[in-house]
Design a protein around this ligand. Structure first.
Ligand code: MHO
Length: 245
């Protein structure tokens, strides 16, 4: 053994025994204190269609408690739909959320206030059945809450009909990568601020979901402001990369 190796050897032994001890402590901690489910198993998903999925993703991405958003196709019969041939599917957004921070009821409120549910056969300038208004439900509790919220929406005015359908969710097909976080991708400045993440990371990132809403001014006003402040601070310092809000 060389003299330098000799001097390092006891150190390695010491570290090994320390790591061993640390593992024991972690192991005991896991049994006695940690909840049985890892935290993300308590997340829920909800799916909505409310016009162009570029915008729908931005509407939900910035809400406190929403962890992830995915643009996609739902409600039709065609398998593996694509943007240029989506069959009878509706452009939709799948919202992954933490029910301890935001409830399904609150998501429904955002759904109603973020589009015109009385417009027939389209949304804004986008015309066609792919832009129809749908609440995709999963189970009886969501069905009940959706139906209740639709009735309430209808009572706000009787002069036109709420066209929104409530439909049991079948398969949700994620859209092609170029349609994910579309509004954020139109903004190279924000992408750069996040460190130009690779596509797969961008799709799963909570921060990207938030900034996707921020890019088109669709965050709740207080969040919009908070992000603004944080960005200005980074721009002033020229550092660091934006990792969380
Ligand atoms: N009005 C939009 C619709 C896009 S969408 C994802 C457009 O710019 O064409 O269907």
């Amino acid at each position: 053994m060389s003299s330098s190796a000799r001097s390092v050897f006891p150190l390695i032994l010491l570290m090994a025994s320390f790591l061993d001890g640390a593992q024991c402590i972690r192991f005991l901690g896991r049994i006695s204190e940690q909840p049985k489910e890892p935290p993300n198993q308590s997340l829920k998903t909800a799916v909505f269609a409310l016009g162009s999925f570029w915008r729908s993703e931005a509407v939900f991405g910035c809400l406190h408690g929403v962890v992830r958003t995915t643009a996609g196709y739902a409600g039709g019969s065609k398998t593996n739909p694509e943007y240029r041939s989506l069959g009878n599917h509706a452009e939709s957004v799948q919202v992954e959320y933490d029910p301890r921070l935001i409830s399904y009821r609150q998501l429904l409120e955002v759904f109603w206030s973020s589009h015109d549910s009385r417009q027939v056969f389209g949304q804004g300038p986008d015309v066609g059945s792919q832009y129809r208004s749908v609440i995709f439900v999963n189970g009886t509790e969501e069905s009940r809450l959706a139906a209740f919220s639709k009735e309430r929406e209808q009572t706000k005015s009787k002069s036109s009909v709420v066209t929104t359908q409530i439909q049991q969710i079948g398969t949700f097909y994620p859209a092609e990568p170029e349609h994910q976080k579309f509004e954020l991708k139109r903004n190279p400045f924000l992408l750069q601020l996040m460190g130009n993440l690779p596509e797969e990371e961008l799709e799963r990132s909570s921060l990207a979901a938030k900034l996707n809403g921020f890019a088109v001014d669709l965050c709740p006003p207080n969040v919009q402001k908070q992000i603004d402040v944080k960005i200005n601070d980074i721009v002033e310092k020229g550092w660091p990369v934006l990792r969380e809000i």
